[in-house]
Design a protein around this ligand. Structure first.
Ligand code: AMP
Ligand code: MG
Length: 424
């Protein structure tokens, strides 16, 4: 990789759009993970690996969409309140039963919503448009046309029709429809295995009281949760010391069993060289991005070794989380075989900015905001604090992006807030 170094020997940061493009190009040559068959009820948020076509008509049989009477539409033509059509009740469709017989002309069958249409009947008169004369007779006060209040066989889904493409993220409604056509199991992409490694001589497990000078590992937990939320399977490799041999061994071990390797920390100058050397020795193509003009998150490293992606995320917890969103999330989606979407990966709201925000040109800023409601409008209140302060992210509902070409936003300007998924 060709890098521009600054006076301290550090690599220069490239614009965000360029870094994303380099990553995208690299990912294009990498296959997604294998498929596996899972039960329908375990397939939520998994990605389809094959197109799914319907093997059946849904509904399999015409059904009523209203409570009322199954009729021959022609028997109701011209019916009004003053001149109703009189129909004899000659039968009833029981819910869940397949009627063998149906109404003859001038008669009707009582039917409930969802009931199977009896043979011969071609429409349903709503209960509200009838008057009960006695046990055996109704008055129909409005005409119905053929097919009124009936869902025909295959109206919802036709046999053989494509239901879901390959590369589709399965949502609750997808599962419901698949259940409707009797799918018990389906082929999905295996979950991408993502190694999570924390580095730093000062980092200890969150389960112990840190001795003086040490801090608890926040990134390990935060990043593993982000992996899970993105549909991947985090595999923890714990906390390792700032030592080249241990680092190199852990990375190699992780590469053997994972598709993606994430490590956080090691962004300070001396230690960064260690990460750089280890990653570049792993094999082709090596480091493809080293430093991106974003705030927070600048010191990110992206490398590939064969088909394995490696991401060195900054140690500052907020920077690590922002870098994850920018670079790791799309990579997980790629390995997972998800078809790229034109939609934003996080839900958004439009809000008015509560105060001026400045940003250096030539850098993309991610500003954490709280979203409040002011009458009918949302307002975005920047949460200030150092980039390492994870509490700023906890207080925030989402973030706004100040593009590289902008020098900020004015108070009152309309901005798009990307909501953290837990915000809705
Ligand atoms: P580094 O990138 O290693 O220079 O770390 C930058 C800052 O982030 C330092 O203050 C580290 O102590 C802190 N840091 C690094 N890794 C973690 C972690 N896993 N959890 C919490 N803070 C971390
Ligand atoms: Mg460190």
């Amino acid at each position: 990789m060709h890098t521009i170094k600054d006076m301290l020997g550090r690599s220069g940061a490239i614009p965000l759009a360029q870094a994303l493009e380099v990553l995208k190009q690299q990912l294009q040559s990498i296959p997604c993970v294998d498929e596996e068959k899972v039960l329908l009820e375990s397939s939520l948020h998994r990605t389809t690996s094959r197109e799914i076509r319907s093997t059946e008509d849904l509904p399999p049989h015409p059904r009523s969409t209203m409570d009322g009477y199954a009729v021959h539409a022609s028997d109701t033509f011209g019916a009004t309140e003053s001149l109703p059509a009189y129909l004899e009740i000659s039968g009833e469709v029981l819910m869940g039963a397949t009627p063998k017989q149906g109404p003859s002309s001038e008669t009707c069958y009582k039917i409930a919503t969802g009931g199977f249409m009896p043979p011969g009947a071609d429409a349903v008169v709503m209960l509200e448009h009838t008057v009960r004369v006695d046990d055996k007779m109704i008055e129909v006060t409005r005409p119905v046309s053929i097919g009124s209040n009936v869902i025909a066989a295959g109206d919802d889904v036709r046999k053989g029709a494509p239901l879901l493409p390959a590369g589709h993220l399965l949502r609750p409604q997808d599962l419901g429809l698949l259940a409707g056509i009797g799918v018990e199991g389906l082929f999905v992409r295996k979950q991408v295995r993502v190694a999570v490694i924390s580095t730093g001589d000062e980092i200890v497990s969150h389960t112990i009281q840190p001795p003086p000078g040490k801090i608890r590992d926040m990134n390990g937990i935060n990043i593993a949760a982000l992996v899970r939320e993105t549909g991947g399977r985090p595999v923890s490799y714990g906390i390792i010391k700032d030592d080249e041999k241990t680092f190199s061994e852990t990375i190699q071990k992780a590469m053997k069993s994972c598709d993606i390797v994430l490590f956080s920390g090691g962004s300070s100058v001396g230690v960064r060289d260690m990460g750089e050397q280890v990653l570049d020795r792993l094999g082709k193509p090596g480091i493809i991005v080293h430093g991106v003009a974003v705030k927070p998150g600048k010191p990110v490293i992206i490398a590939f070794s064969g088909e394995t992606a490696l991401f060195g995320l900054p140690g500052h917890p907020v920077s690590a989380a922002v870098s994850f969103d920018l670079f790791v999330r799309p990579a997980i989606h790629h390995y997972q075989g998800r078809t790229p979407s034109h939609l934003p990966s996080l839900p958004t709201v439009t809000a008015r900015l509560a105060r001026n925000l400045n940003s250096a040109a030539g850098r993309t800023d991610f500003v954490r905001v709280q979203v409040k409601k002011d009458g009918a409008r949302f307002t975005a209140h920047p949460v200030l604090g150092k980039s390492g302060a994870l509490s700023t992210m906890v207080k925030a509902d989402g973030y706004i992006i100040i593009e590289e070409s902008l020098q900020g936003f004015h108070e009152g300007e309309e901005v798009t807030v990307r909501l953290y998924s837990t915000a809705n």
